[in-house]
Design a protein around this ligand. Sequence first.
Ligand SMILES: Nc1ncnc2c1ncn2[C@@H]1O[C@H](COP(=O)(O)OP(=O)(O)O)[C@@H](O)[C@H]1O
Ligand code: SF4
Ligand SMILES: [Mg+2]
Length: 342
Amino acid sequence: MTETTTPATTAATAEAAPGTPAPLLSVRDLTMTFPGRRSATGRRGAPVRAVDGVSFDLAAGRTLGLVGESGCGKSTTGRMIVRLLQPTSGRVVLDGEDISRLSQGALRPLRGSIQMVFQDPHSSLNPRQTVARIISEPLLVQGRSAGDARRRAAELMELVGLIPEHIDRYPHEFSGGQAQRIGIARALATGPRLIVADEPVSALDVSVQAQIVNLMERLRAELGLAYVFIAHDLSVVKRVSDRVAVMYLGRIVEIGDKAALYANPQHPYTRALLSAVPLPDPAAERRRERIVLLGDPPSPAAPPPGCTFHPRCPKAQEICRTERPLLRLAASREVACHFPGD
Ligand SMILES: Nc1ncnc2c1ncn2[C@@H]1O[C@H](COP(=O)(O)OP(=O)(O)O)[C@@H](O)[C@H]1O
Ligand code: SF4
Ligand SMILES: [Mg+2]
Protein backbone atom coordinates (compact mmCIF):
# COMPACT_ATOMS: atom_id res chain seq x y z
CA MET A 1 0.00 0.00 0.00
CA THR A 2 1.37 3.41 -0.88
CA GLU A 3 0.97 6.38 1.38
CA THR A 4 -0.72 9.35 -0.20
CA THR A 5 -1.58 12.75 1.17
CA THR A 6 -4.68 14.84 0.85
CA PRO A 7 -3.80 18.19 -0.74
CA ALA A 8 -4.84 21.15 1.35
CA THR A 9 -3.81 24.71 1.95
CA THR A 10 -3.71 25.78 5.53
CA ALA A 11 -4.08 29.10 7.25
CA ALA A 12 -0.85 28.38 9.16
CA THR A 13 1.17 28.23 5.96
CA ALA A 14 -0.71 30.81 3.87
CA GLU A 15 0.99 34.19 3.47
CA ALA A 16 -0.52 36.97 5.59
CA ALA A 17 -2.99 39.29 3.89
CA PRO A 18 -1.57 42.72 2.91
CA GLY A 19 -1.89 45.19 5.79
CA THR A 20 -1.82 42.48 8.51
CA PRO A 21 0.96 43.30 11.01
CA ALA A 22 3.84 40.83 10.69
CA PRO A 23 3.93 38.29 13.54
CA LEU A 24 6.85 38.43 15.97
CA LEU A 25 7.63 34.76 15.25
CA SER A 26 6.80 32.72 12.17
CA VAL A 27 7.76 29.07 12.08
CA ARG A 28 7.43 27.41 8.68
CA ASP A 29 7.76 23.71 7.85
CA LEU A 30 10.25 23.22 10.65
CA THR A 31 11.83 19.78 10.49
CA MET A 32 14.49 18.02 12.52
CA THR A 33 15.89 14.65 11.55
CA PHE A 34 18.36 13.13 14.00
CA PRO A 35 20.72 10.41 12.76
CA GLY A 36 19.70 6.97 14.08
CA ARG A 37 21.40 5.84 17.26
CA ARG A 38 24.12 3.18 17.01
CA SER A 39 23.35 -0.26 18.41
CA ALA A 40 25.80 -2.39 20.44
CA THR A 41 26.97 -3.95 17.15
CA GLY A 42 27.73 -0.49 15.73
CA ARG A 43 24.87 -0.49 13.22
CA ARG A 44 23.05 2.79 12.90
CA GLY A 45 19.26 2.70 13.39
CA ALA A 46 16.78 4.51 11.15
CA PRO A 47 16.90 8.33 11.27
CA VAL A 48 14.50 9.92 13.75
CA ARG A 49 12.21 12.56 12.31
CA ALA A 50 11.62 14.25 15.67
CA VAL A 51 9.85 17.29 14.18
CA ASP A 52 8.12 17.05 10.81
CA GLY A 53 6.84 20.19 9.11
CA VAL A 54 5.72 22.34 12.04
CA SER A 55 4.29 25.77 11.13
CA PHE A 56 2.71 28.51 13.26
CA ASP A 57 2.68 32.25 13.88
CA LEU A 58 2.97 34.06 17.20
CA ALA A 59 2.11 37.73 17.66
CA ALA A 60 4.05 40.02 20.01
CA GLY A 61 2.77 39.84 23.60
CA ARG A 62 0.84 36.57 23.02
CA THR A 63 1.27 32.99 24.18
CA LEU A 64 1.13 29.81 22.16
CA GLY A 65 0.74 26.65 24.27
CA LEU A 66 2.54 23.66 22.72
CA VAL A 67 1.20 20.38 24.10
CA GLY A 68 1.67 16.65 23.56
CA GLU A 69 2.94 13.46 25.19
CA SER A 70 6.59 12.97 26.00
CA GLY A 71 8.69 12.36 22.87
CA CYS A 72 6.38 14.15 20.40
CA GLY A 73 9.02 16.77 19.54
CA LYS A 74 8.12 19.75 21.75
CA SER A 75 11.62 20.36 23.16
CA THR A 76 13.23 19.86 19.77
CA THR A 77 10.84 22.45 18.30
CA GLY A 78 11.66 24.89 21.13
CA ARG A 79 15.39 24.34 20.79
CA MET A 80 15.26 25.02 17.06
CA ILE A 81 13.35 28.27 17.66
CA VAL A 82 16.05 29.57 20.03
CA ARG A 83 18.67 28.03 17.73
CA LEU A 84 20.19 25.71 20.31
CA LEU A 85 19.61 23.28 17.41
CA GLN A 86 19.98 24.00 13.73
CA PRO A 87 16.85 22.81 11.86
CA THR A 88 17.28 20.16 9.17
CA SER A 89 14.93 22.27 7.07
CA GLY A 90 12.28 24.95 7.40
CA ARG A 91 12.38 28.54 8.60
CA VAL A 92 12.28 30.42 11.90
CA VAL A 93 11.45 34.04 11.13
CA LEU A 94 11.86 36.52 14.00
CA ASP A 95 10.61 40.03 13.30
CA GLY A 96 10.81 39.41 9.56
CA GLU A 97 14.32 37.94 9.61
CA ASP A 98 14.96 34.27 8.88
CA ILE A 99 17.29 33.19 11.70
CA SER A 100 17.29 29.46 10.91
CA ARG A 101 20.51 29.53 8.86
CA LEU A 102 22.40 32.38 10.55
CA SER A 103 25.92 31.59 11.77
CA GLN A 104 26.55 31.80 15.52
CA GLY A 105 28.35 35.12 14.92
CA ALA A 106 25.44 36.61 12.99
CA LEU A 107 23.03 35.31 15.67
CA ARG A 108 24.84 37.05 18.53
CA PRO A 109 23.06 40.44 18.28
CA LEU A 110 19.69 38.62 18.23
CA ARG A 111 20.44 36.29 21.15
CA GLY A 112 19.14 38.80 23.69
CA SER A 113 15.69 39.08 22.11
CA ILE A 114 14.88 35.36 22.34
CA GLN A 115 15.50 33.33 25.48
CA MET A 116 14.64 29.93 26.95
CA VAL A 117 13.41 28.77 30.35
CA PHE A 118 14.08 25.09 31.10
CA GLN A 119 12.15 22.33 32.84
CA ASP A 120 14.43 21.46 35.72
CA PRO A 121 15.46 24.73 37.36
CA HIS A 122 18.20 23.25 39.53
CA SER A 123 19.98 21.35 36.77
CA SER A 124 19.78 24.36 34.42
CA LEU A 125 21.55 26.65 36.93
CA ASN A 126 25.30 26.33 37.51
CA PRO A 127 25.60 25.09 41.14
CA ARG A 128 28.99 26.78 41.56
CA GLN A 129 27.76 30.27 40.61
CA THR A 130 25.95 32.75 42.83
CA VAL A 131 22.58 34.12 41.76
CA ALA A 132 24.30 37.44 41.04
CA ARG A 133 26.64 35.72 38.60
CA ILE A 134 23.92 33.57 37.00
CA ILE A 135 21.58 36.48 36.28
CA SER A 136 24.27 38.96 35.25
CA GLU A 137 26.14 36.59 32.93
CA PRO A 138 24.11 37.51 29.80
CA LEU A 139 24.59 41.21 30.64
CA LEU A 140 28.35 40.85 31.04
CA VAL A 141 28.43 39.06 27.66
CA GLN A 142 26.69 42.12 26.23
CA GLY A 143 29.48 44.32 27.62
CA ARG A 144 27.71 45.84 30.66
CA SER A 145 29.99 46.76 33.61
CA ALA A 146 30.08 44.41 36.63
CA GLY A 147 28.43 46.99 38.93
CA ASP A 148 25.71 47.77 36.44
CA ALA A 149 25.01 44.06 35.81
CA ARG A 150 24.81 43.38 39.58
CA ARG A 151 22.34 46.24 40.11
CA ARG A 152 20.22 44.93 37.25
CA ALA A 153 20.36 41.38 38.68
CA ALA A 154 19.01 42.67 42.01
CA GLU A 155 16.18 44.51 40.22
CA LEU A 156 15.31 41.36 38.29
CA MET A 157 15.24 39.31 41.49
CA GLU A 158 12.69 41.72 42.90
CA LEU A 159 10.68 41.62 39.66
CA VAL A 160 10.35 37.81 39.86
CA GLY A 161 9.47 37.80 43.57
CA LEU A 162 12.85 36.92 45.09
CA ILE A 163 14.56 38.79 47.92
CA PRO A 164 17.39 40.89 46.39
CA GLU A 165 19.44 40.47 49.60
CA HIS A 166 19.80 36.78 48.63
CA ILE A 167 21.84 37.75 45.56
CA ASP A 168 25.08 36.14 46.81
CA ARG A 169 23.47 32.77 47.57
CA TYR A 170 23.93 29.59 45.53
CA PRO A 171 21.14 27.69 43.70
CA HIS A 172 20.99 24.84 46.24
CA GLU A 173 19.92 27.36 48.90
CA PHE A 174 16.64 27.91 47.03
CA SER A 175 13.52 25.74 46.68
CA GLY A 176 12.46 24.42 43.25
CA GLY A 177 9.97 27.25 42.73
CA GLN A 178 12.53 29.88 43.77
CA ALA A 179 15.15 28.31 41.50
CA GLN A 180 12.72 28.55 38.59
CA ARG A 181 12.28 32.25 39.44
CA ILE A 182 16.07 32.59 39.10
CA GLY A 183 15.88 30.87 35.69
CA ILE A 184 13.16 33.30 34.65
CA ALA A 185 15.17 36.31 35.90
CA ARG A 186 18.17 35.11 33.89
CA ALA A 187 15.99 34.80 30.78
CA LEU A 188 14.67 38.34 31.32
CA ALA A 189 18.09 39.94 31.81
CA THR A 190 18.63 40.88 28.17
CA GLY A 191 15.11 42.27 27.69
CA PRO A 192 13.80 39.51 25.37
CA ARG A 193 10.61 39.82 23.32
CA LEU A 194 10.12 36.06 23.07
CA ILE A 195 10.64 33.34 25.66
CA VAL A 196 10.44 29.63 24.87
CA ALA A 197 9.48 28.03 28.19
CA ASP A 198 10.06 24.27 27.98
CA GLU A 199 7.80 22.65 30.59
CA PRO A 200 8.71 25.37 33.11
CA VAL A 201 6.47 23.97 35.86
CA SER A 202 6.53 20.19 35.15
CA ALA A 203 9.28 19.53 37.71
CA LEU A 204 7.62 21.60 40.47
CA ASP A 205 5.17 20.65 43.23
CA VAL A 206 1.57 21.18 42.16
CA SER A 207 1.13 23.87 44.84
CA VAL A 208 4.03 25.85 43.36
CA GLN A 209 3.07 25.39 39.71
CA ALA A 210 0.25 27.94 39.86
CA GLN A 211 2.54 30.53 41.45
CA ILE A 212 5.07 30.24 38.63
CA VAL A 213 2.34 30.28 35.98
CA ASN A 214 0.87 33.42 37.61
CA LEU A 215 4.31 35.05 37.71
CA MET A 216 4.88 34.31 34.02
CA GLU A 217 1.45 35.66 33.17
CA ARG A 218 2.13 38.90 35.09
CA LEU A 219 5.52 39.32 33.41
CA ARG A 220 3.96 38.79 30.00
CA ALA A 221 1.44 41.55 30.63
CA GLU A 222 3.93 43.97 32.24
CA LEU A 223 6.78 43.47 29.78
CA GLY A 224 4.83 42.65 26.61
CA LEU A 225 6.54 39.27 26.27
CA ALA A 226 5.50 36.55 23.87
CA TYR A 227 5.77 32.93 25.02
CA VAL A 228 5.95 29.55 23.41
CA PHE A 229 4.80 27.68 26.52
CA ILE A 230 5.48 23.94 26.34
CA ALA A 231 3.65 21.40 28.52
CA HIS A 232 2.74 17.72 28.30
CA ASP A 233 -0.88 18.22 29.30
CA LEU A 234 -3.63 20.64 28.43
CA SER A 235 -4.41 21.73 31.99
CA VAL A 236 -1.14 23.63 32.49
CA VAL A 237 -1.42 25.80 29.37
CA LYS A 238 -5.11 26.61 29.76
CA ARG A 239 -4.56 29.76 31.80
CA VAL A 240 -1.58 31.22 29.94
CA SER A 241 -2.31 30.48 26.28
CA ASP A 242 -4.10 32.57 23.68
CA ARG A 243 -3.70 29.80 21.14
CA VAL A 244 -2.86 26.13 21.62
CA ALA A 245 -1.07 23.70 19.30
CA VAL A 246 -1.34 19.96 19.96
CA MET A 247 1.57 17.85 18.69
CA TYR A 248 1.66 14.13 17.94
CA LEU A 249 4.76 12.33 16.64
CA GLY A 250 6.50 15.45 15.36
CA ARG A 251 3.50 17.17 13.80
CA ILE A 252 0.85 19.64 14.84
CA VAL A 253 -2.49 17.82 14.69
CA GLU A 254 -4.71 20.66 15.94
CA ILE A 255 -4.06 24.38 16.41
CA GLY A 256 -6.46 27.16 17.24
CA ASP A 257 -7.75 29.72 19.71
CA LYS A 258 -7.81 28.42 23.24
CA ALA A 259 -11.50 28.91 23.95
CA ALA A 260 -12.66 27.03 20.84
CA LEU A 261 -10.13 24.25 21.27
CA TYR A 262 -11.04 23.52 24.90
CA ALA A 263 -14.79 23.92 24.35
CA ASN A 264 -14.96 21.75 21.27
CA PRO A 265 -11.80 19.79 20.46
CA GLN A 266 -11.84 18.46 16.89
CA HIS A 267 -8.97 15.96 16.74
CA PRO A 268 -9.48 12.60 18.51
CA TYR A 269 -6.05 13.02 20.14
CA THR A 270 -6.95 16.46 21.52
CA ARG A 271 -10.23 14.98 22.81
CA ALA A 272 -8.30 12.23 24.58
CA LEU A 273 -5.82 14.68 26.14
CA LEU A 274 -8.65 16.94 27.25
CA SER A 275 -10.61 14.06 28.78
CA ALA A 276 -7.69 13.58 31.20
CA VAL A 277 -7.91 17.18 32.52
CA PRO A 278 -9.81 17.18 35.84
CA LEU A 279 -12.96 19.34 35.97
CA PRO A 280 -13.44 21.67 38.97
CA ASP A 281 -17.11 20.64 39.39
CA PRO A 282 -17.21 17.14 41.03
CA ALA A 283 -20.61 16.28 39.47
CA ALA A 284 -19.40 17.19 35.98
CA GLU A 285 -16.19 15.29 36.70
CA ARG A 286 -18.20 12.11 37.54
CA ARG A 287 -20.38 12.43 34.43
CA ARG A 288 -17.79 13.15 31.84
CA GLU A 289 -16.50 10.67 29.31
CA ARG A 290 -12.87 9.65 29.76
CA ILE A 291 -10.99 8.52 26.67
CA VAL A 292 -8.13 6.23 27.55
CA LEU A 293 -5.46 5.99 24.88
CA LEU A 294 -4.15 2.49 24.33
CA GLY A 295 -0.41 1.90 24.23
CA ASP A 296 2.43 4.35 23.86
CA PRO A 297 3.07 6.68 20.94
CA PRO A 298 4.94 4.87 18.12
CA SER A 299 8.63 5.58 17.57
CA PRO A 300 9.35 8.54 15.29
CA ALA A 301 12.03 6.31 13.72
CA ALA A 302 9.24 4.07 12.34
CA PRO A 303 6.03 6.12 12.11
CA PRO A 304 2.87 4.27 11.04
CA PRO A 305 1.66 5.00 7.47
CA GLY A 306 -1.30 7.28 6.80
CA CYS A 307 -2.45 9.06 9.94
CA THR A 308 0.29 8.32 12.48
CA PHE A 309 -2.36 8.32 15.23
CA HIS A 310 -4.42 5.52 13.61
CA PRO A 311 -3.12 2.59 15.75
CA ARG A 312 -4.48 4.37 18.87
CA CYS A 313 -7.48 6.18 17.42
CA PRO A 314 -10.99 5.09 18.42
CA LYS A 315 -12.37 6.59 15.16
CA ALA A 316 -9.87 5.11 12.68
CA GLN A 317 -11.26 3.98 9.29
CA GLU A 318 -9.59 2.33 6.31
CA ILE A 319 -8.51 5.64 4.74
CA CYS A 320 -6.66 6.56 7.96
CA ARG A 321 -4.25 3.68 7.42
CA THR A 322 -3.13 4.91 3.99
CA GLU A 323 -3.77 8.63 3.59
CA ARG A 324 -2.01 11.11 5.76
CA PRO A 325 -4.40 13.92 6.75
CA LEU A 326 -2.93 17.43 6.45
CA LEU A 327 -3.96 20.42 8.53
CA ARG A 328 -7.25 21.85 7.25
CA LEU A 329 -9.69 24.41 8.55
CA ALA A 330 -12.45 22.81 10.64
CA ALA A 331 -14.65 24.59 13.20
CA SER A 332 -12.53 27.78 13.08
CA ARG A 333 -9.21 26.09 13.75
CA GLU A 334 -6.85 23.77 11.88
CA VAL A 335 -7.08 20.01 12.30
CA ALA A 336 -5.19 17.12 10.70
CA CYS A 337 -7.89 14.43 10.69
CA HIS A 338 -10.09 12.79 8.05
CA PHE A 339 -13.02 12.74 10.50
CA PRO A 340 -12.76 15.81 12.76
CA GLY A 341 -15.37 16.64 15.39
CA ASP A 342 -17.74 14.33 17.24
N1 LIG B 1 19.80 14.40 20.09
C1 LIG B 1 18.92 13.47 19.73
N2 LIG B 1 19.29 12.41 18.98
C2 LIG B 1 18.39 11.47 18.59
N3 LIG B 1 17.07 11.52 18.91
C3 LIG B 1 16.65 12.54 19.65
C4 LIG B 1 17.55 13.59 20.10
N4 LIG B 1 16.80 14.49 20.83
C5 LIG B 1 15.55 14.04 20.82
N5 LIG B 1 15.45 12.87 20.12
C6 LIG B 1 14.22 12.11 19.86
O1 LIG B 1 13.32 12.99 19.22
C7 LIG B 1 11.99 12.76 19.67
C8 LIG B 1 11.41 14.05 20.21
O2 LIG B 1 12.09 14.40 21.41
P1 LIG B 1 11.73 15.72 22.24
O3 LIG B 1 11.74 16.88 21.32
O4 LIG B 1 12.65 15.76 23.41
O5 LIG B 1 10.23 15.42 22.70
P2 LIG B 1 9.37 16.07 23.88
O6 LIG B 1 10.05 17.32 24.33
O7 LIG B 1 8.02 16.30 23.27
O8 LIG B 1 9.31 15.03 24.97
C9 LIG B 1 12.08 11.63 20.68
O9 LIG B 1 11.81 10.42 20.01
C10 LIG B 1 13.52 11.66 21.13
O10 LIG B 1 13.96 10.40 21.54
S1 SF4 C 1 -7.37 10.66 10.53
FE1 SF4 C 1 -8.42 8.81 11.22
S2 SF4 C 1 -6.95 7.79 12.59
FE2 SF4 C 1 -6.27 9.88 12.31
S3 SF4 C 1 -7.12 10.99 14.01
FE3 SF4 C 1 -8.57 11.22 12.32
S4 SF4 C 1 -10.04 9.54 12.56
FE4 SF4 C 1 -8.26 9.06 13.86
MG1 LIG D 1 10.70 17.85 26.27
